[in-house]
Every structure is written in structure tokens, then in C-alpha cells.
Design a protein. Structure first.
Length: 498
């Protein structure tokens, strides 16, 4: 790929001998790599060494991928239909450039197509006078060619921004591109660490909506194409097909999440009397309770439940709030003991195995607590009010603010997260939106061990990456994955730039 960092005049028509030399050098590099690091050798590294090697291998892989994209674009250019019998693909007995790439590289058809499409958009063109023309997405081309970003990230940027070229000026598009590349490489002030390809895809969708707002609105085609069709029954099955508007699909997915999430799916509890007494019957019971349904089958059954609930109204389950409640009991002295002692256990209603006191505290942080005083004879003599429990309104506000689990790279939707007290209740932390953040189950349980730090500054969430992820001086950065707030940030940058 010829980019602004390379010299097209030096690379023009190198000839067969130069190609043979390059092939020999690449083969030598491949052989040397095999000698310096064998696949089985990664087992011998310690944790830090393994991560360092993984990152270094990916850097090398990005350079190789960039060359693959450049080569695919050149093959496609030499196989243009207007060349007729002079097409490179035709001279090699292939119908298309994609087929030729598949045969030469042994990659799949979609991979070959993606390389050609991306390469065409990032390659340096030539004017009628033979002068080099920089690519439209210059920052992406440079980042890909130098290995600063990977193919997935480059594809996310180009795919999102290309449609905006039809309805906005090139300078605005390239400014958005530069911001995305900076975020992907970790050089943006708002990015605590280099963003992953999935995070760049989300950010690019926000930039696309800002640059081309009309493209985010339902057009006449979408309004006309929407619909649900029930086919004719055949072999006991009625086929369903159709197209949903984005907002309707979002509601349906939300209901699927509510039912299929392990945290909120309907559960049947079995008593000891229900289970068989002997080993054989217990084995049979386990087989009966096993769920071998495919995801599609589970969604079908969820839809049946949704329709049944809708017919009775007001009974749809929720995530992270009422009405479903897990009842956990724990002794007050165990709950109030020094956490470092690790003493005490808790019990979940309907579950025989105890849970660690640390897990109890995590669950209380998310779901609150209510004090029940029972005397020595077993009588309830005091019943306190619920404490440390974020209300449904607070949960919705925090979820809207954070967008997803706030830890960088985590894509768990806010609706499936737990609300974490940034300052623990035991240390005086309030149950308030200024002290609550969205964390997924994993990051909530293992926040301390992961090394991520969280703080609130005037009600805004800030995180600091762990030392193993952010080398050098660690920095607090404001974070959000809410597309609404990301849109505000993008527009502020545009105003500042203007």
C-alpha cells in the first residue's frame, strides 16, 4: 500500500527480479520467526511475558495484514473489467479478482473481498498526469501501513465514514477520521488506553450520525419495508419473516435480554422431595433439567412467554430491579467484621451451597439490604427498612449515563450490569447517582484484583487503567459509552474546531 509515509516513485514497477527478492526476504523472515518463537514456547512465559509477546505478535501481524490489503488492492486494480482480456484474473483463468485471491492466498471469499474493498479506499491514486493522489482516508491509511491500527479498526472507520462523504465536506470527514485513529492508537485525551476495533466501530457510528444526521433517520424505504409475515403452516411449523425498524428491534432485544440473561431468567426451584432419592433417579432428573435448546429455540420460547405476558399486561420481568428478588441471609457480626479476616458466609434462599462473605457484600452493593432482628427463641422482634438499594429510577439514570459496563473494552449492556457503590457504604458512601456506576458481573466481583480504579468527580465517572495496561504515568480520565453523551462530545469538538 502506498501511503503518505512511502514513496510511490520508488515502488513503481519493480519488475520480476525485485519481486523474487522480496519473496525470498519474506520467506526468510517467516523461517526466522519460526526459529525464534515456536507456538509451543508461549507456555513457558510468565503472565507479564505472555502478554508482552502477545502484543508484539499482534504488532507484527498488523504489518503483515497491511501488506495483504495492499496486495489485494493491486490485484483488484489489475483485474478491472475495462481491461478486458488483459485482466490479471482472466490471464490466470479466474472469473474475478476475488477468485484469484482465494486461490493464491487460500483465504475465504469474504476475507478476500474485504481486503480488496479496504485496499481500494486506502490506496494512493494517480492523476491523469501521473501525479500521486493521497487517499481520502489518509490517517487510516498511514495507521494501517505503519501497524498502528489493524484491519478491523481500519474497516470500522472507513465503513462508517464513507457514506458521509455524500452529504458533508471532506475536511469534516477527515477530522472525524483523525479523532477515531487517535482513539484507536491511544493518543486521544479522552481515551484511557487504545480503543479496540469494536469500540472504534461504536464511536464511528456516533461520528456518522453527527456528520450525516439524515442517514440515522428512517427513510421511505425503511418505513415501507417494515413488516412481519406469517407463512403457511408446513409440517407443524409456521415460518416467520420480516423486517423491524431499529427502535422496535431494540425493544425486542431488550425483552430477550430480560428473559435469557442468567441474572433474570425465570428459574424453577426444586425441593429435596421433588428430586429422586436414589442415584439413578437423580441422574434422570439431571437429564430432564438439562437445556439442549439452541439459542434460536430459546428465543422462540421466550417470544411465546412475551406474548403470553403481554396478553395479561404488567408482568414482564425486569433486569436489576423489582419484581424478582434473590433472598440472602447473613449474620450481622459476619457482615460487619473486618473484610481482611475473610470470616463468615451467607446463604441464598433455595440454594444449598453457602456463598463467601465477599460475594454477599457485592450483592448487597447491587441490591441493598434489610435488617431483620431475630431473638434466641426464633421470633422476629425488629424489621428495618431497605438500605443501600438503588431505586429503579436511579438505576435507569446511571445506566443511561454510562451506556455499558464502564471498564474499557467491556461491552456488557448497561441493562445487564450491576450498580456499584464507588465509595463503599461502610466507608460513608451514599446510595446516590453520584456514587453509583455500571459494572458487569465479572468486573464488579473482581474490581480490586483487576487493578482498575474508579472515582467520581462532581458526579462524573473517571477511571484509571491498571499498571499492566497503561505503562508510564497513570491518568484519571472521564469515561462514558453512552452514545448520547458521545454525540455531545463529538459536537463540542466540532464547535471548538470551528
Amino acid at each position: 500500500m502506498t501511503t503518505l509515509l512511502e514513496h510511490p516513485e520508488a515502488d513503481a514497477a519493480p519488475g520480476p527480479s525485485a519481486a523474487a527478492r522480496v519473496v525470498a526476504e519474506l520467506q526468510a523472515l517467516a523461517a526466522g520467526l519460526g526459529e525464534s518463537l515456536r507456538c509451543s514456547a508461549v507456555r513457558g512465559f510468565d503472565d507479564d511475558g505472555l502478554l508482552q509477546v502477545t502484543a508484539a505478535v499482534e504488532v507484527l501481524g498488523r504489518r503483515v495484514d497491511a501488506l495483504g490489503v495492499a496486495a489485494a488492492a493491486e490485484v483488484a486494480d489489475r483485474s478491472r473489467p475495462e481491461l478486458g482480456t488483459g485482466q490479471l484474473s482472466a490471464k490466470r483463468g479466474c472469473r474475478t479478482a476475488g477468485e484469484l485471491l482465494e486461490r493464491v492466498t487460500l483465504v475465504s471469499g469474504p476475507t478476500a473481498g474485504r481486503r480488496m474493498r479496504l485496499g481500494r479506499q486506502l490506496r494512493t491514486g494517480l492523476s491523469l498526469g501521473g501525479e500521486p493522489l493521497p487517499p481520502t482516508f489518509r490517517a487510516t491509511a498511514i495507521g494501517l501501513a505503519t501497524g498502528a491500527i489493524g484491519v478491523d479498526t481500519a474497516d470500522a472507520i472507513v465503513t462508517a465514514l464513507t457514506p458521509t462523504l455524500r452529504c458533508t465536506d471532506l475536511d469534516s470527514v477527515q477530522a472525524a477520521e483523525s479523532e477515531l485513529v487517535a482513539s484507536a492508537t491511544g493518543t486521544s485525551a479522552e481515551t484511557p488506553v487504545p480503543a479496540s476495533a469494536d469500540e472504534i466501530r461504536l464511536q464511528a457510528s456516533v461520528w456518522k450520525a453527527v456528520l450525516a444526521p439524515d442517514g440515522s433517520r428512517p427513510d421511505d424505504h425503511a418505513m415501507t419495508a417494515r413488516g412481519i409475515r406469517l407463512g403457511r403452516e408446513r409440517d407443524g411449523i409456521v415460518p416467520v419473516s420480516g423486517s423491524l425498524m431499529p427502535e422496535i428491534a431494540g425493544k425486542l432485544r431488550r425483552l430477550f435480554d430480560a428473559y435469557l440473561s442468567p441474572k433474570s431468567a425465570p428459574v424453577a426451584f426444586h425441593t429435596e422431595d421433588d428430586a429422586a432419592g436414589d442415584r439413578e433417579s437423580a441422574r434422570e432428573q439431571a437429564l430432564l433439567e438439562r437445556d439442549d435448546r439452541t439459542p434460536d429455540q430459546r428465543r422462540h420460547d421466550v417470544l411465546a412467554v412475551i406474548l403470553d405476558v403481554a396478553s395479561r399486561a404488567g408482568e414482564a420481568p425486569t433486569i436489576g430491579g423489582a419484581p424478582a428478588t434473590v433472598l440472602i441471609s447473613v449474620r450481622e457480626q459476619d457482615l460487619n467484621a473486618d473484610f481482611g479476616q475473610g470470616r463468615g458466609i451467607g446463604w441464598i434462599d433455595g440454594v444449598e451451597a453457602p456463598i463467601a462473605i465477599s460475594t454477599v457484600k457485592d450483592l448487597i452493593s447491587n441490591g441493598g439490604q434489610q435488617k431483620v432482628v431475630i431473638n434466641a427463641e426464633g421470633r422476629i422482634i425488629a424489621l428495618g427498612s431497605p438500605e443501600r438499594c438503588f431505586t429503579p429510577a436511579q438505576r435507569r439514570a446511571i445506566q443511561l449515563r454510562d451506556g455499558t459496563c464502564i471498564i474499557a473494552g467491556c461491552k456488557i449492556p448497561a441493562g445487564m450490569t450491576e450498580i456499584h457503590h464507588v465509595i463503599p457504604h461502610a466507608h460513608g458512601g451514599r446510595t446516590h447517582t453520584d456514587n453509583g456506576v455500571c459494572l458487569c458481573w465479572w468486573h464488579h466481583r473482581y474490581l480490586a484484583a483487576s487493578g482498575w480504579a474508579i472515582r467520581m468527580m462532581r458526579g462524573a465517572v473517571q477511571i484509571m487503567a491498571p499498571p499492566w495496561l497503561e505503562t508510564g504515568t497513570r491518568t484519571w480520565r472521564t469515561v462514558t459509552k453512552s452514545r448520547t453523551r458521545l454525540t455531545d462530545a463529538v459536537e463540542r469538538k466540532n464547535v471548538t474546531r470551528d
